[in-house]
Design a protein around this ligand. Structure first.
Ligand SMILES: Cc1cc2nc3c(=O)[nH]c(=O)nc-3n(C[C@H](O)[C@H](O)[C@H](O)COP(=O)(O)OP(=O)(O)OC[C@H]3O[C@@H](n4cnc5c(N)ncnc54)[C@H](O)[C@@H]3O)c2cc1C
Length: 399
């Protein structure tokens, strides 16, 4: 896509490019070019480098330490971020609970939590889904019962991403069962992960990784002032958070970077005389993905433009979520097709041996297979794509 930047925006682009080339930890970028895997330390160091520069709160208001960037500046930043091969910004603090706290939290909660979220010195995870309550989230069974000035929490959360690293979890829990609609009586609570009664157990995914977990709450006591907003109104705050989550899942800049890598890979295969037999058909599929990605980029910019006027991203973020994750998976499919490596190496054993960046490389079968299997998740997390279609039908198309 061609965007005509103003002279100031071109200066900003140079500044961002120079930051990633000179100031950002280069070992992180080099490691990332070899492997999509990253440790807790790598994510934190990457985010802290952004914070040191004052660039951690990309979407946050200036009064809470945000960048105050325009839509175009954000667009420039994320394109440079992806082109430099930066590891993902873990969304649970900066992208999810941060906006909930500065929008609905008390002054004390803002003072207590926002600085640590901004500096990535505290790792958060998201406790929404439960066994039996995913798409139908309002059926959740975890309870939080007020006992004096504490809530007592009992229940199970599941699919909790990177909970094994987390210092805090934000949860939706039922505080009142005597309600007309099941969306009522749910509250949004902040819980410290080392509270007695919390147990985290791993769930291993198809690619062998330990990314997700179950989190059990057995009579966990938390101070009542860790409730966000009003008791029983958690559904409103939870939905606000989900629209932020979905708007950020599209990952257009990253898909563009992966498409560039795919083209490079095809070129290198052709040079070695190893191009697919029907290379023209492969090129056509790449072009189709590129056109769709370009259309998605305009949609993303429209949504960003509306967010920059102070609005929360609305149900339109479901469109970004569906199309963005479809694009991610379409590019993975093309990598897979080009590599013609169907075999999944023993990734579980490799994870257990501890990864050091050598087990995968950008042109190797391992990365292609690993990424292909890992990213089956993209059309499920953040609310499955089928559910996003229901939301669009109801809230956008008004069917
Ligand atoms: C890798 C990964 C990481 C995740 N991380 C987190 C996390 O950190 N925190 C968290 O809280 N959750 C997390 N999730 C959970 C995720 O949000 C849920 O998996 C998702 O909402 C679907 O819920 P479910 O798994 O219970 O599937 P179900 O709700 O049981 O759905 C099963 C299938 O039925 C379809 N379906 C269900 N209802 C309808 C309907 N009404 N119309 C049409 N189709 C329907 C769904 O689309 C899906 O294909 C994660 C999930 C994954 C895969």
């Amino acid at each position: 896509m061609n965007v005509n930047f103003s002279p100031e925006e071109l200066v900003f682009q140079d500044e961002v490019r120079a930051f990633f080339a000179e100031e950002y930890p280069q070992d992180i970028l080099e490691g990332r070019r070899k492997s999509m895997l990253a440790s807790r330390d790598i994510y934190i160091r990457g985010q802290q480098a952004l914070h040191t520069k004052g660039w951690a709160g990309i979407n946050w208001p200036v009064e809470y330490g945000g960048t105050g960037w325009s839509v175009t500046q954000k667009y420039i930043f994320f394109n440079e971020f992806a082109a430099a091969d930066c590891p993902t910004i873990i969304p649970f603090g900066l992208g999810m609970v941060g906006p909930v706290i500065y929008t609905y939290g008390t002054e004390e909660q803002k003072e207590k939590f926002l600085p640590d979220i901004l500096s990535s010195s505290v790792w958060w995870c998201q406790g929404y889904s439960e066994p039996g309550a995913g798409s139908d989230l309002a059926s959740l069974k975890t309870r939080a019962d007020l006992d004096g000035d504490e809530y007592v929490i009992n229940g199970t959360k599941t699919w909790t991403t990177l909970a094994q690293h987390a210092d805090w979890i934000f949860i939706l829990a039922r505080t009142n069962s005597d309600v007309a609609r099941k969306q009522e009586g749910i509250s949004f609570l902040l819980v410290k992960m080392d509270a007695p009664g919390i147990t985290v157990t791993p769930i291993y995914t198809l690619d062998g990784d330990h990314e997700i977990n179950q989190v059990f709450f057995d009579n966990v006591r938390i101070p009542a002032d860790q409730l966000i907003g009003e008791e029983g109104k958690g559904w409103t705050y939870g939905k606000f958070l989900l629209t932020h989550e979905r708007a950020n899942i599209a990952g257009v800049a990253l898909s563009k970077q992966r498409l560039r890598k795919l083209k490079k890979k095809l070129a290198s295969y052709e040079q070695q005389g190893q191009a697919p037999a029907d290379v023209e058909s492969f090129r056509r599929k790449m072009a189709e993905v590129e056109i769709q990605l370009s259309a998605l980029e305009y949609t993303e910019l429209r949504t960003l433009a509306s967010v920059s006027t102070g609005k929360a991203p609305g149900p339109e973020s479901s469109i970004l979520k569906i199309k963005g994750t479809e694009m991610q998976q379409a590019i993975d499919n093309l990598f897979f097709e080009l590599s013609a490596y169907g075999a999944l190496p023993n990734l579980r054993a490799q994870y257990e041996a501890g990864y050091d960046g050598d087990i995968v490389d950008d042109d190797g079968s391992s990365l292609t297979a690993l990424r292909y299997f890992n990213f089956r998740k993209a059309s499920i997390y953040g609310g499955s794509n089928e559910i996003q279609k229901n939301i669009i039908a109801k809230a956008v198309l008004r069917i």
